[in-house]
Unconditional design. Structure first.
Lengths: 365, 295, 313
């Protein structure tokens, strides 16, 4: 069993079964101290289960949870150096904001004067100075979440767990709160573990992102790595707006691999460890695809496939173009909207879709 | 409510019908109270108001004794059935065998008093014999007479009768409670016990109070189970019934009926007013929560 | 988890360090997995010991041999024979018919109230209106039945009311101490339960369902028949079983309101106990309990009775 006190959290072979249903299957990972760590994934994928296991709200069927090298697997939530921010309805409705925030300190029998001071300080940090006397139902959704944050932070726990903390807020508010969470985390410097299904939220706050789905930790890395260089097919499908093609490797040489997509043959560069004949998925983010003029296409240096133009969807900053490949698959090509459309296409028109060879990624799984 | 305005008379007629049914259900009770204040008792042509029947009642030592037994039993039932209902509601929330458990908890409502009372009576008698036999074979006697008919057995009958109500009333209040709050308290460092007392209990207190009131009224009013299981002593209702069968309906039996109804109605009325006022407040808070004030 | 791993590294400042060091026995007394967990099983144990077990054992005791003051283990169907070959069986059948009549009357009188409250009363006021029925329900059946005696008797409230409004000119004496009196007593005692369980089942029906019905122009009858009854079926069934079984089993009603010889299962049981014929009392109890279980089982298979509990779970 590896132990590293610099890891705020270390999870070893953690499993959780509900009867015959496995919510989490032997997950292992560690989180470096002081990092903002995000568990991202589709709902029902096990990320909340994982967070609740770390917080001690449920017991694992097997496996170990270490916090700063100490085994806490059998400890109750109140015995762990963690505190948790919930999605909603977690404020104590019969207590004022100040009482809510001071609850944990009161349990530790802190002197009243010191307690009041700490509460006031914490309310100031989350931008709620002077709100101490209000009752929870007098606050907006965003303010309620700030109070929750203050209630957890005031305890100076080693690890702060956030379970979809922004999911109940509207889009605009969520953006502001994301930046604020990031700012607060940098200020207090403790480890944050944040569960969300929202990619943008994850990208905004995370130092590291772990993709959790189907009860497994699919892949983890810095936001940029996960977005630009996904290793697993699932990640490519889940993150960003990737187009996926199924094909078969026909030839390999060093990094390069040639992939037969049935209707076209293309090259890709991360072919390490692949063998000819192996089935692979090829992913390309929609913004890295382009609709080529005949001239571009002949210039070479690009991977190209023929397609039939279907329709254009204007999204403000970008415009998406839907095209159909010879095998019937429909894919999305995304371009920046520039005032006058550079070239307009007619539905039904034959076009060529192209990309730089390094834009494509191969996923053997 | 869409065609309320289209046909206001049908709406009013339905309301009137509802109130008539409630009135019909309550009429005998009020009629009894009315008779109990008539100096000449039931069936007389003239009505002269008097407290005398009640005075007679409170001069009767047997009735005073039975009232105190009723009060002891009621208090003991509250102290046992309400915590049990609360624990059962907590258990219901966490168990995965909800259907089996809820069936077990609510079935006593469906088993008629005479049947359950007799089954328990025979059960206790058998337990007594079994314990005696066991004591004789082991040579120890400290558990002799545990289930001798008496206060304890009557209490068991009353708990079985009242616990389903306490369970349901508390469960309904609990369904408004958000379990995240307990988890939040735990995460703030509270033990399970602290989280329950400091966070959950204040929010379900209304339910616990109403449950206590209901349990008291139900035990106060119960006759059949108690009369089968009580052993030596008498409660108010058993005196009332034996009085009725032995000496027929006289002015003081109406006064006894009146007394039971008035006390019951007063307790229920107080509970209803209290819970409704509380519900009003909760609703206001819920409305405020639904539309948060501008940030 | 091996023992030497935990203390290897001094944990950083944080609460819980000392708690983790608690000895095992302290954790048993204070931790959630220890003695506290046992407390949760108290209701389960109590109900099993003092409800499920005695009720199930009635079946066993019903075949015991009767002795002079008690009974002794054995196997005889004598008690059942006594029951089915005496006038009791016939009385029991009559009581069943009266009870069934009370069920029908309670449904006709009470269920429309549940529908009306759910459909027409504003959502926030619904519970309050239903609470109106708590009052008569909570005053014991004993008092209400007892109170019916002066109401139904020859010089009672009902007769004088009917004479006042001119429906009858002579008081009717054939109400009290007749089967009619018993049925009236049962309806008045148990009608609130039909309102409660009907309403509880209707609560699962979202209000928009009615709006859709009105929108589609469904008539009152077809809405009732095709929408309301199927949706509220578990509640109607639960209410009906309750009224039927209690009408059959509450011995006080025929005792107080029925004429000489009026009985039902409850009074037969009570009288058998008084007569020290324990096997007979247990046999009738067993018949009642088997009937109840069978009805609930059938109802559950047909309507899924757990649907009633949705609002509280």
């Amino acid at each position: 069993m590896s132990q590293n006190a610099d890891n705020a959290v270390e999870v070893i072979d953690l499993s959780k079964n509900y009867g015959p249903v496995a919510a989490l299957k032997e997950v292992s990972f560690s989180i470096e101290s002081g990092k903002y760590f995000v568990l991202l994934g589709p709902s029902g994928g096990g990320k909340t289960t994982l967070l609740r296991l770390i917080g001690g709200f449920i017991k694992p069927s097997a496996g170990t949870v270490l916090l700063h090298g100490r085994d806490v697997t059998d400890l109750a939530p109140n015995e762990r150096p963690t505190s948790m921010v919930f999605q909603s309805y977690a404020l104590f409705p019969h207590m004022s904001v100040a009482k809510n925030v001071g609850y944990g300190l009161k349990l530790r029998r802190m002197r009243k004067a010191e307690l009041d001071e700490r509460v006031e300080e914490m309310l100031a940090m989350v931008g709620l100075e002077g709100y101490g006397a209000r009752m929870p139902h007098e606050l907006s959704g965003g303010q309620q979440q700030r109070v929750q944050l203050a209630r957890s932070l005031v305890l100076q726990s080693d690890v702060l767990l956030l379970d979809e903390p922004l999911a109940a807020l509207d889009a605009k508010l969520r953006k502001d709160m994301c930046l604020e969470l990031k700012r607060i985390q940098e200020k207090v410097g403790i480890t944050f573990i944040h569960v969300t299904h929202n990619q943008e939220e994850a990208m905004t706050v995370a130092d590291r992102i772990a993709i959790v789905a189907g009860g497994e930790l699919v892949e983890q890395g810095a936001p940029r790595d996960v977005y630009e260089r996904p290793v697993r097919r699932f990640t490519a499908d889940f993150i960003g707006e990737n187009n996926l093609f199924d094909g078969r490797v026909t030839k390999t040489g060093g990094n390069a691999a040639t992939v037969d997509l049935d209707f076209a043959t293309v090259q890709a560069l991360n072919g390490n460890g692949l063998a000819a004949g192996q089935a692979v998925a090829l992913s390309i983010r929609s913004e890295l695809l382009g609709l080529l003029t005949p001239a571009d296409a002949e210039n070479g240096g690009l991977q190209t496939i023929p397609a039939e133009y279907l329709e254009e969807v204007y999204l403000g900053l970008t415009t998406s173009h839907l095209v159909r490949l010879p095998n019937g698959q429909e894919i999305m090509v995304r371009t920046l909207s520039n005032g006058e459309a550079a070239a307009t296409f007619e539905p039904g028109q034959t076009v060529t879709v192209g990309w730089k060879t390094e834009a494509a990624r191969l996923h053997p799984d | 409510m869409m065609d309320t305005y289209a046909n206001p008379w049908a709406y009013r007629a339905q309301w009137a019908y509802l109130l008539i049914i409630v009135g019909a259900l309550m009429a005998p009770v009020f009629y009894t109270i009315y008779i109990s204040f008539n100096e000449h008792g039931f069936g007389a042509q003239i009505y002269d108001f008097t407290w005398d029947w009640y005075v007679v009642l409170f001069r009767n030592q047997q009735i005073i004794d039975s009232l105190s037994w009723t009060a002891y039993l009621g208090a003991a039932t509250i102290l046992t059935a309400v915590p049990m209902g609360l624990i059962a509601a907590k258990y219901y929330k966490r168990t995965r065998h909800k259907v089996v458990f809820v069936t077990l908890m609510l079935s006593p409502l469906f088993v008629p008093a005479d049947i359950l009372g007799s089954a328990l009576l025979v059960y206790f008698k058998n337990l007594n014999r079994a314990f005696e036999w066991l004591g004789d074979s082991l040579g120890v006697t400290w558990f002799y007479g545990w289930f001798e008919l008496g206060f304890f057995t009557a209490l068991v009958g009353l708990i079985l009768w009242t616990v389903p109500y306490a369970f349901v009333v508390i469960l309904i209040t609990m369904s408004r409670y958000r379990v995240q709050q307990t988890e939040a308290a735990r995460s703030c460092g509270a033990t399970a016990w602290q989280a329950f007392w400091q966070i959950e209990f204040p929010q379900i207190r209304v339910g616990v109070f109403s449950a206590s009131a209901f349990v008291f009224i139900l035990s106060f009013n119960e006759y059949t189970r108690t009369s089968l299981l009580k052993g030596g002593f008498d409660t108010f209702t058993t005196v009332l019934i034996s009085h009725m069968f032995n000496t027929g309906m006289s002015g003081d039996s109406y006064a006894m009926g009146g007394l039971v109804s008035v006390i019951s109605m007063a307790v229920i009325g107080a509970v209803l007013v209290y819970t409704l006022a509380k519900a009003e407040r909760l609703e206001r808070e819920a409305r405020a929560k639904a539309e948060p004030v501008a940030a | 988890m091996t023992a030497e791993t935990s203390p290897a590294i001094e944990p950083p400042a944080g609460r819980g360090r000392d708690i983790a060091a608690k000895p095992r026995w302290r954790r048993f007394l204070t931790g959630e997995d220890g003695i506290q967990k046992v407390v949760f099983y108290i209701p389960l144990v109590f109900m099993t010991l003092f409800f499920a077990l005695p009720v199930a054992l009635t079946l066993v005791w019903s075949v015991f041999e009767r002795t002079r003051f008690w009974m002794e283990p054995g196997f005889t169907l004598f008690a059942y024979e006594t029951f089915f070959t005496s006038a009791r069986a016939e009385n029991f059948l009559h009581a069943m018919m009266h009870s069934a009549g009370a069920v029908v009357i309670s449904f006709v009188l009470g269920f429309p109230i549940a529908v009306f409250v759910r459909r027409r009363v504003p959502e926030i006021a619904q519970h309050r209106v239903i609470l109106l029925f708590i009052l008569p329900f909570m005053i014991s059946e004993l008092i209400r039945i007892f109170a019916l005696r002066p109401v139904l008797s020859r010089h009672g409230l009902l007769n004088s009311f009917l004479m006042d409004i001119g429906v009858i000119s002579e008081p009717i004496s054939a109400i009290l101490f007749t089967p009619l009196g018993v049925v009236i007593g049962e309806v008045l005692s148990f009608l609130p339960f039909m309102v409660f369980s009907g309403f509880l089942a209707m609560e699962a029906v979202q209000k928009y369902v009615f709006e859709v019905c009105d929108d589609l122009g469904a008539g009152t009858v077809s809405t009732f028949k095709d929408i309301i009854v199927p949706l509220a079926a578990p509640g109607i069934f639960a209410g009906s079983v309750f009224i039927f079984v209690n009408g059959l089993g509450v011995g006080l009603i025929p005792n107080i309101l029925g004429g000489p010889g009026a009985t039902n299962a409850g009074s037969i049981v009570f009288e058998s106990i008084v007569a020290l014929d324990f096997p007979l009392a247990m046999a009738v109890s067993a018949i009642m309990i088997v009937t109840l279980m069978a009805l609930l089982y059938i109802g559950h298979r047909l309507f899924d009775l757990t649907r009633i509990l949705e609002p509280i779970s």
